[in-house]
Design a binder for this molecule. Structure first.
Ligand SMILES: NC(=O)c1ccc[n+]([C@@H]2O[C@H](COP(=O)([O-])OP(=O)(O)OC[C@H]3O[C@@H](n4cnc5c(N)ncnc54)[C@H](O)[C@@H]3O)[C@@H](O)[C@H]2O)c1
Length: 362
């Protein structure tokens, strides 16, 4: 069994310490952070890290046994010296494209990139071009794509037992880059990554978030996503956060609080006059598992096979990223219907955010 050399760029919460925030949360199976995932995977060795914050990197080094000599403030130097097979990019999206493109140009063969994929759509397209040209295995950290629970939701849809999929409802899309990236990706996955025809959306944000083609904050967005196969996803903003529902011709399946509770309903006769309705029936939940570990194992399998196909390859990642920008474009055009692929690609998220102070202890 081959072992791969891995490194994390961006050693903060998702890079290394978020496990201390989520430990004990029902249904969340650790490891959660990239580094914890590499530590748990039997085929990866976490050998180096890079962050512009030396103090954070030092704590990271202590936790994951990365010697000082393998802690870098310049990721370029790390990539030049460490002969890496897998690079994780757990920075904010503003830094992601430059780092990913640099890493693949230098010969790194697998990338685990956090969501959102990039700060602009032009950057996402440039990443796809570089990843495909260099035949790099790529996965985006949209965890629900690796969740056994949402795999089960998809299995129920794909089995056809509820009839054809018609609608998907996300009850709280949230801020588009931070949370919407997860939920838009899940809508795509549940509809088997079918192409999207058009989007109509609205932002709940003040117009001063726009500074020409710069976006100064991550806006909350709501909208409609219409797929070419006729399925419609309704991405709402309501107090029901983390509730997700699929409605099929003859039944519906709802995940409450990100799968803490499930409800499966199927069309049955409800009276002696031929009327029918959706009524509850038992649903067997799968065993939860670490999405991070499953994602890393998917990259490792791609490296083992020597060909880059993964569950969330560059084009799949691009699709959810394009939806974020389509929501914004629709809003900027007064809620107009925006067809995909999007031609306007230059709008860029550019915040002056200070990085978080990670929780170093559980
Ligand atoms: N998948 C999930 O469930 C999940 C959960 C939390 C966060 N995230 C995502 O992970 C990413 C990081 O989130 P966070 O809260 O850990 O962010 P953060 O802002 O706390 O940390 C980002 C880190 O990147 C470092 N950094 C910035 N530029 C760098 C560079 N050029 N080279 C090296 N390091 C650099 C910063 O110093 C900082 O330590 C975000 O995109 C976020 O959306 C995903």
């Amino acid at each position: 069994m081959k072992t791969y050399r891995a490194a994390v760029i961006g050693c903060s919460r998702m890079g290394g310490f978020i496990d201390n925030e989520v430990i004990g949360t029902p249904k969340i199976v650790l490891p959660y952070s990239h580094a914890a995932g590499f530590a748990a995977c039997t085929q990866t060795d976490l050998v180096a890290c890079a962050d512009t914050r030396v103090d954070v990197m030092e704590e990271f080094g202590k936790l994951y046994n990365i010697p000082k000599a393998s802690q870098y403030t310049d990721y370029r130097e790390m990539i030049a010296k460490e002969q890496l097979d897998i690079v994780s990019v757990a920075t904010q999206p503003e830094q992601r494209a430059d780092i990913v493109i640099y890493a693949v140009e230098q010969g790194v063969k697998a990338i685990y990139a956090e969501k959102a994929m990039s700060a602009s759509l032009a950057e996402a397209y440039a990443m796809v071009e570089a990843l495909e040209r260099h035949k790099v295995a790529f996965n985006l950290g949209t965890n629900r794509r690796w969740s056994p629970e949402y795999d089960r939701m998809k299995e129920v849809i794909d089995s056809g037992e509820l009839g054809a999929l018609k609608s998907i409802i996300c009850y709280n899309t949230g801020t588009l880059f931070n949370m919407g990236s997860h939920y838009l990706d899940l809508a795509l996955r549940l509809n088997s990554d079918q192409p999207v025809e058009w989007v109509q959306a609205n932002l709940r944000a003040n117009e001063d978030v726009f500074d020409g083609d710069l976006l100064r904050a991550d806006p909350v967005g709501e909208g409609i996503v219409h797929f070419a196969n006729g399925v419609t996803a309704y991405m709402l903003v309501t107090p029901r956060s983390s509730d997700y529902e699929v409605i099929c011709e003859n039944g519906a399946l709802t995940a409450y609080v990100d799968g803490l509770e499930w409800q499966l309903r199927q069309r049955v006769p409800v009276d002696p006059h031929g009327h029918t309705g959706f009524m509850g029936r038992p649903f067997t939940e799968p065993e939860p598992a670490s999405a991070t570990l499953r994602l890393i194992e998917d990259l490792v399998q791609a490296l083992d096979r020597g060909e880059p196909a993964t569950r969330c390859g560059p084009r799949v990642a691009l699709a959810s990223t394009e939806l974020i920008f389509a929501f914004i474009e629709s809003h900027r055009r007064g809620g107009a219907r925006v067809t995909l692929p999007l031609q306007a690609r230059n709008l860029r998220l550019q915040r002056n955010a200070t990085p978080h102070k990670p929780k170093f202890q559980a």
